[in-house]
Design a protein around this ligand. Structure first.
Ligand SMILES: [Zn+2]
Length: 692
């Protein structure tokens, strides 16, 4: 390790405050983060020791300013371990998980700071604060209370130990899933193995083989969603589909070092203990008191309503699959590894949609242009490529964002391709949030996708679903980039968890707009816009498969809620048995199953962010379906007045406003459920599918 120069110990001099990626070694993190933790504790001691009486500026605003350097380091570490990890970096992450959790507890339980915060909170309405300042005081106070600031001394010691152990277990959980994904490869050789796979799947599988240094005749299917899902959709080889499915569905459940089952049992015991310290008898109640839903009842009502409508829709789809199987002379029932395959056959037959026909119109390059164009037409911002700025991997593209007045307003990093050092899925995160309280900080936002990279010289062609993911993550990205708030704690996507998917899911709607498709969905070779007939077929086909998708998602959300609503301090015991029993109670069709099974359910166990919170996508979908109708009602998907309201009340406000109030300001009323049901084809009037 280079002990002479540690670039993480000093502020980064780069033009955008980007970390000096090329100079960073894993060994730099430990010393730098220890120093940054010490720095924050000094800042807190100074707040607590201030001889002046507590006021907003010397206590609340000062607390919001504290820990700025630690925040940047933590963000850097978590971005690198997610997108460009290594065994050395993973070791650092494991070593730092418990000390970081301990530090967080020390900050939120700091007796001197909390005493001042608590005193101000008690008289908050008499302080003459502007709404954002009042919200900051309430939020920081609640953060501390929910992290144990009000507990007695013995309970605080117990609590800190719980949080430290949880941090270590969750880190291990995520690393185990990554290891199982990286370890598996299905090697295909020759035409018999490749039967049914369209060219784009073969090309991606060939590229994956090349990256793994296999010979030229080999193709590789990995457990990355962008390879495994197309394989399950197109491969004619039922035996290979079954084999790949088994590996995919058993991530985290393979005996050996990467087995997550015991980890989950322990995590659940600890979460119950955590909830009990706060006076709740289960973890779901503890989580949901601090949500837009407000408690289990509202969540169960929404999930239950959608579940009841989705089950018959999935059954209708299953019947269609069976009919299709019979017409191909296949007996028996569709199994889990058959569903996507036969579903695709029905889709092609009924709607005449073939991905191979669609994908040439959705090159990654043009879809990125579409993102930026939509953002500009809605919000006036402009994105400019900064090829001279390098990030942590050569594939990461860097863009600078300029606001409507031409001022530099943020940096956007886009990391689109799958690789073995990156976790699966798609996500947005930040290297820095926007804020004014910490000096003028411009946001540095990153989007990660996991598209299969095309061979050199070939364009990366996306499926319509891939393009939707691109739009989704960019919607989160805009939520971070358009943030216009004073205080760091309230900036960007740091909103209540069941509000956070609104800006992302809402942004997906623009991809489906015919006007956007005609402008941007152009054939990568000829430049011809996508034919209207194909747009129409895409639109009609949109609802096919919604029964399956809704059941697999909603079932996962219900199991999440069940497992976190247990009041037994001993936890569920065998989590796989628990999962099976829960699915049986729900009546989950065996051939559908959960979108994420518990042993690899990263949302729940790689951290606490979505634990008892997987429902948030559906909750936010109620909002986004209803919100987009504001543009439909205006008769223009880029209506400037609606767009201005959207920017002002949703994308720019962070958590400075209560989310229900923010939504109501935008829409003029509370959201309605019907637009969601209509979007998913689950309204009674739409039961039954369009005729073939
Ligand atoms: Zn999202």
């Amino acid at each position: 390790m280079n002990t002479h120069h540690n670039p993480l110990l000093a502020k980064w001099p780069g033009p955008y405050g980007l970390p000096p990626f090329a100079e960073i070694q894993p060994g730099h993190f430990g010393p730098a983060m220890q120093a940054a933790m010490a720095e924050q504790l000094e800042e807190l001691d100074a707040i607590a020791g201030n001889p002046e009486a507590p006021n907003f500026e010397n206590t609340v605003a000062a607390l919001d300013r504290s820990g700025a350097w630690l925040y940047r380091l933590d963000a850097l570490l978590s971005n690198l371990t997610a997108s460009a990890t290594s065994p050395a970096l993973q070791a650092v992450q494991r070593e730092l998980a418990a000390p970081m959790a301990a530090h967080d507890t020390r900050v939120k339980m700091h007796p001197g700071v909390f005493a001042r915060l608590d005193a101000l909170h008690g008289q908050r309405h008499a302080l003459g604060l502007v709404p954002e300042a009042l919200r900051l005081l309430e939020r920081l106070h609640l953060d501390c209370v929910r992290a144990g600031a009000r507990l007695g001394p013995a309970a605080q010691v117990r609590y800190a130990a719980i949080m430290e152990e949880l941090a270590t277990l969750c880190t291990q959980f995520a690393q185990n899933v990554l290891a199982d994904e990286a370890a598996y490869q299905l090697v295909l050789r020759g035409d018999a193995d490749l039967a049914g796979l369209p060219d784009f799947v073969r090309a991606a599988a060939r590229q994956a083989a090349a990256e793994r240094d296999l010979d030229e005749a080999a193709h590789v299917i990995t457990l990355n969603r962008s390879l495994i899902e197309p394989f399950l959709t197109y491969s004619d080889r039922r035996d290979l589909r079954e084999q790949a499915w088994a590996a995919w569905s058993r991530r985290g459940e393979m005996a050996g070092d990467t087995d997550n089952r015991a980890l989950i049992e322990r995590i659940l015991v600890l979460r119950n203990a955590q909830a009990r310290e706060h006076g709740f008898d289960n973890y779901a109640d503890y989580v949901l008191t601090d949500s837009m839903a407000g408690g289990q009842q509202a969540v169960r009502q929404l999930l239950g309503e959608v579940w009841q409508r989705a089950l018959p829709a999935a059954e209708r789809e299953r019947q269609a699959l069976i009919a299709m199987m019979r017409s191909h002379g296949v007996e028996g029932e569709p199994e889990a590894w058959d569903w996507r395959y036969w579903s695709e056959k029905v889709r092609q037959a009924r709607y005449d949609i073939d991905d191979a026909e669609v994908k040439p119109y959705f090159s990654l390059e043009r879809m990125v242009e579409a993102l930026f164009d939509c953002a500009q037409r809605l919000f006036g911002v402009r994105f400019e490529a900064r090829p001279e700025v390098s990030a942590y991997h050569p594939d990461v593209k860097v863009y600078e964002m300029f606001d409507a007045d031409g001022r530099s307003a943020g940096l956007f990093l886009q990391d689109n391709f799958a690789r073995a050092t990156k976790r699966s899925g798609a996500w947005m995160s930040d290297f820095a949030y926007q804020s004014r309280n910490r000096g003028v900080e411009r946001p540095i936002i990153v989007n990660n996708n996991n598209f299969a990279k095309a061979a050199p010289g070939q364009p990366t062609l996306l499926s319509f679903d891939d393009a939707r993911t691109l739009f989704h993550e960019f919607g989160h990205g805009l939520h971070g980039l358009l943030s216009n708030v004073t205080y760091h704690r309230l900036a960007g996507t740091q909103v209540l968890r069941d509000f956070v998917e609104l800006p992302s899911q809402l942004f997906e709607h623009w991809l489906g707009e015919p006007e956007v498709l005609r402008r941007h969905a152009r054939h990568w070779q000829t430049g011809e816009p996508i034919p209207q007939g194909l747009i129409d077929r895409l639109e009609t086909a949109r609802r096919w498969g919604q029964g399956y998708e809704t059941v697999s998602y909603t079932g996962s959300a219900l199991v999440d809620l069940e497992v976190h609503a247990l009041s037994d301090p001993a936890g569920p015991g065998d989590v796989v048995a628990f999962e099976q029993a829960a699915l049986q109670r729900l009546g989950m069709p065996a051939a559908v199953g959960m979108r994420h099974r518990l042993p690899h359910f990263q949302h729940l166990f790689a951290g606490a962010g979505y634990a008892a919170g997987y429902y948030v996508y559906l909750w936010a979908e109620v909002l986004d379906a209803d919100a987009f109708n504001a543009f439909v009602e205006a008769g223009n998907p880029f209506d400037p007045r609606v767009a201005q309201r959207l920017l002002r009340h949703i994308y720019a406000v962070g958590d400075t406003v209560d989310p229900t109030a923010a939504y109501t300001s935008f829409r003029g009323r509370l959201p309605a459920l019907e637009p969601l049901l209509a979007k998913r084809g689950l309204l009674p009037a739409e039961a039954g599918l369009p005729a073939p």
